[in-house]
Design a protein around this ligand. Structure first.
Ligand code: ZN
Ligand code: ZN
Length: 419
């Protein structure tokens, strides 16, 4: 019998060929469809007839960290605990960053596979995610590496399992606000596929491009053309590749280009009195220049004596609101850890962002009309495999099934492409 590894109550076959899961941050399905139509992704277009072009639902809130942690644990946030970039801790009466690996409650596939002798490579664009993804992984040169493009020049064998990255990749450290940050991830991935030949590789980019450029535009197509070249190299190396995304991306601006925002804290201050409710936007992080901390998801903490049903009804009546859920409903429907969300969860419509108060959002860094994510409208993402897959009939596919599909459902070799 072939070896299996069980992680978070799911079983995975030990890989016979290198498995590469790529999380393309903010990759609404149209990005690749449009780039292929424009002739900018020749590898992908040529591969698809012999592969699988699927769609999957990401985790709501459709943010980066909850979804990356879901992909690498194979489970929703109620299991791994990461449901945003930060949350309000009522016991401390403080808004606490959730970037600390201490908040991650479930082991990753990487840590579990390493114990079974697998070689692992994890490469992220931003360093804040690197620490979460690397939790439990024992860094070892030639066995397990985990680093970010952002801090590639600071990588050490002790901390990252590798050093000398700039020489290996032949590129300088990219700016954190650039397409180069994501390109470095792939350039390093291709080099490591040759030198380390990991059993499991995870590559995770940033959505810098997707926040600025709509599908089919020149800026977007240039980015996907760049990706396509690296996918071709990983494919030529014999890897089973799964392309998915942490979430989609939609325009959330008015016809004049100004952000289309529901300022929820302002509305609640008017309804309940100043500062009675607390609106938390879990999209907020140290890198907000490209979205001004505006997404389509908020959670609201209410005073104990508030009439929760009346507040929910008030919010439901506000323009641009798609859904208001109680804590229990959100925990059930979105599979979230109830103790890390407020009394209410608010999701706004596809074209509408949710903010706190106008004076709390610095929009000076928004160089182009707002595009963002966080809601149910950004839930559908690509799930593309460079192999035929089987045994998935009748299942609701999730982006966090990526490793399951690569390890348990993909054919070992590529089918011959039909003419
Ligand atoms: Zn993201
Ligand atoms: Zn984003």
């Amino acid at each position: 019998m072939s070896k299996t590894v069980t992680v978070n109550e799911r079983s995975y076959a030990f890989p016979k060929a290198p498995v590469v899961v790529v999380c393309i941050d903010g990759s609404e399905p149209d990005y690749m469809t449009e780039a292929m139509a424009a002739g900018r992704m020749p590898w992908l277009k040529g591969m698809l007839p012999a592969g699988s072009d699927l769609r999957a639902d990401c985790v709501v809130p459709s943010f980066t960290n909850p979804n990356n942690l879901s992909i690498v644990t194979g489970q929703p946030p109620k299991v791994h605990g990461i449901c945003g970039n930060f949350f309000y801790d009522p016991a401390k009466d403080a808004e606490v960053m959730m970037n600390d690996p201490a908040y991650l409650r479930a082991p990753t596939l990487f840590a579990a596979f390493q114990k079974e002798g697998a070689k692992i490579a994890v490469i992220t664009a931003k360093d804040k995610l690197r620490r979460l993804l690397g939790k439990g992984l024992e860094m070892k040169a030639g066995e397990a590496v985990c680093f970010s493009a952002e801090k590639a020049d600071e990588a050490t064998v002790a901390e990252n399992g590798i050093d000398g990255l700039l020489d290996l990749v032949g590129k300088p450290v990219p700016s954190v606000y650039s397409a180069d940050l994501s390109e470095f991830v792939f350039a390093a991935g291709v080099k490591l596929m040759e030198s380390l030949r990991p059993d499991l590789m995870y590559l995770s980019t940033t959505d810098y491009i997707q926040h600025k450029h709509a599908p089919g535009t020149e800026g977007a197509n240039d980015f996907y053309a760049m990706l396509d070249g690296y996918f071709a190299e990983l494919d030529a190396a014999g890897a089973i590749i799964v392309l998915t995304a942490d979430h989609g991306m939609n325009a959330k601006h008015k016809a004049d280009g100004s952000p289309n925002v529901l300022y929820l804290q302002s509305a609640l201050d008017a309804f309940l009195g100043d500062g009675k409710a607390r609106t938390i936007l879990p999209i907020t992080d140290p890198y907000v220049v490209h979205h001004g901390a505006l997404g389509s998801y908020a959670t609201v903490y209410l005073p104990k004596d508030a009439d929760f049903a009346a507040v929910a009804e008030f919010i439901e009546g506000l323009e641009g609101v798609e859904r208001v859920l109680t804590r229990e409903e959100a925990a059930a429907d979105f599979e979230l850890p109830p103790e890390r969300i407020g009394e209410l969860v608010v999701v706004t419509e596809k074209t509408r962002a949710v903010g706190t108060r106008p004076d709390k959002h610095d929009l000076s860094g928004l160089e182009v009309p707002l595009r963002s994510h966080g809601g149910v409208s950004e839930q559908v993402v690509p799930l593309i495999v460079n192999r035929r897959v089987s045994g998935l009939e009748g299942r609701r596919l999730r982006n966090f099934d990526a490793f399951d599909i690569a390890l348990n459902h993909a054919e070992a070799s590529r089918a011959a492409a039909a003419e």
